[in-house]
Design a protein around this ligand. Structure first.
Ligand code: PHB
Length: 363
């Protein structure tokens, strides 16, 4: 049997196989961004994965890049997520929640009239930020980001507390752990890049100061969860959401060293440019591998055969699949059998009902 299908027990992370489901924004929350019952079936259907990482989940109503993405800040959301984790566990799955703050990637149209929050109010590139809103006819459409405002120290401290609160809520909802989303141009990534972080206080200016927000977030999360239940997702080279780090090698060697010091369970390497056919995985691994000894999850346009080789050769410990899990609820079982695979349809990718969500057949 391929190593990809074998259990892993490393750095406190124990999984039945090395096939992970990547975080997938699906925009199906109901009123007040509470997940709806159809998400119970959606996640439980995918329990063949050794690890399911939930869709990016907002830690505060001050964060929104995709209207109707769920939250994890209210009691009603915790109750709804509890049903999801119960059903996923009953099906044999393991579920980590991706904790999301979108920072400047937002619009006052989806933030109750408020401006998005960001490290430095850099707004020269609003056209390149990916924000989706729900139209009156029920369809989703990309909308233009509106200018963000530079966070005050008090807003930074409140946001750090939001991460602790969200972690507490995720564990109360029965999730097996949390993933700190530090990738793809969202708030933490914005603090890491000197282009989007031009602060001159404790949170910006030098590399250690650009790392300070991430450090404080990790500390906040670890105040509520053991390190074996905490992972982090990074995307050093991602063009997505235009974070424009001029020296990703320097920034992410420091990030990997920081994560190593804290001993987090895994680093999830998002090769986001591979979505557009320009993979950076080798460069990412060259940065991270010498500096971090825990579990590495590779993600971004990786086909099953390639995943088998990457795990067999020790390049990564686990591979996360996104699109393949949209279309193949039983993906790990299909990989074990060498396929066949359903193709993902665009219908219902973002928003909608059961169509394109829970109606893909298992073998
Ligand atoms: C990701 O984790 O890669 C991710 C999450 C939410 C997005 C885009 C990417 O909107």
């Amino acid at each position: 049997m391929s190593k990809l299908l074998t259990p892993i027990d490393k750095n406190g992370l124990k999984l039945k196989n090395r096939v992970a489901m990547a975080p997938l924004t699906r925009c199906r929350a109901g009123e007040d961004d509470v997940p709806q019952p159809m998400s119970e079936l959606y996640y439980a259907q995918r329990a063949s994965a050794g690890l399911i990482i939930t869709e990016a989940t907002n830690i505060t109503p001050k964060s929104c890049a995709f209207e109707k993405a769920p939250g994890i800040y209210s009691a009603a959301q915790v109750q709804a997520w509890k049903k999801i984790s119960d059903k996923t566990h009953a099906a044999g799955g393991t579920l980590f929640m991706q904790l999301w703050h979108c920072g400047r990637v937002g619009s006052d149209a989806v933030l109750n009239g408020n401006a998005p929050l960001s490290p430095s109010g850099i707004n020269d590139d609003l056209h390149s930020l990916i924000v989706y809103g729900l139209m009156a006819n029920g369809r989703y459409a990309q909308i233009t980001a509106t200018p963000s405002k530079e966070m005050t120290i008090q807003e930074i401290e409140e946001t750090i507390s939001d991460y602790a609160h969200a972690t507490e809520n995720a564990l109360a909802a029965g999730l097996d752990g949390v993933e700190i989303h530090a990738a793809n141009g969202y708030l933490i990534h914005q603090f890491l890049s000197p282009t989007t972080n031009q602060r001159t206080d404790d949170f910006g200016g030098t590399l250690p100061k650009r790392l300070e927000f991430l450090k404080r977030v990790i500390e906040a999360v670890l105040s509520k969860a053991p390190k074996s239940k905490v992972g982090i997702r990074i995307s050093p080279f991602a063009a997505y959401n235009n974070t424009r780090d001029p020296n990703p090698e320097e920034t992410y060697v420091a990030v990997a060293k920081l994560v190593e010091e804290f001993g987090l369970a895994y680093m999830h390497l998002a090769d986001t440019n591979a979505w557009a056919g320009a993979p950076d995985m080798e460069k990412i691994l060259n940065i991270v591998k010498p500096n971090y000894s825990g579990c590495l999850i590779g993600n971004g346009g990786i086909e099953p055969d390639q995943a088998i080789n990457m795990v067999e050769s020790g390049q990564v410990d686990i591979v996360a699949f996104g699109r393949a899990f949209i279309a193949n609820p039983d993906l790990a079982i299909r990989i074990a059998q060498g396929g066949p695979y359903n193709e993902a349809r665009y219908v219902g990718w973002y928003g909608g009902d059961e169509e394109g969500y829970t109606d893909y057949p298992s073998l």
